[in-house]
Design a protein. Structure first.
Length: 127
């Protein structure tokens, strides 16, 4: 039976003042299915097209940090130890930084891990 879920797209904004971004990941949260997942897939060339001086290594570290928080990795600090719903809300809080979440969107699914793969294919991967 399908359950509600929320998701946000992770965006890389190499030059915040220009407000141009590259979709680089997706966070999916399904409270009733006890699920919080994240997947990232950064395309270096797309980021470099927006800012040739972008620090790709730093961007990858930030994306890895988001993934670590989602999985509850103790190495990711105190935020990673929060309950799933609090981690999701912390990760999806609007900010004006190099890594930004989209607005939170909702849907229905009975398999949030599969939905995460579908959303990555739809919004992050190049056709």
């Amino acid at each position: 039976m399908a359950s509600p879920f929320d998701y946000a797209i992770i965006r890389v904004v190499p030059r915040v003042e220009r407000e141009e971004f590259v979709n680089a990941g997706v966070i999916v949260f399904a409270r009733t299915l006890d699920y919080l997942g994240c997947a990232c897939a950064l395309e270096d060339a797309r980021v470099i097209a927006l800012d040739p001086s972008a620090d790709l290594a730093a961007i990858r570290r930030h994306l890895a940090g988001i993934e670590a928080i989602c999985t509850g990795d103790a190495k990711a600090g105190a935020i990673a130890q929060l309950p799933r719903h609090e981690r999701f809300h912390w990760l999806t809080t609007p900010r004006s930084t190099l890594i930004q979440p989209s607005a939170v969107h909702s849907g229905m699914t009975d398999d949030p891990a599969s939905m995460l793969r579908e959303l990555i294919a739809r919004y992050v991967a190049r056709p």
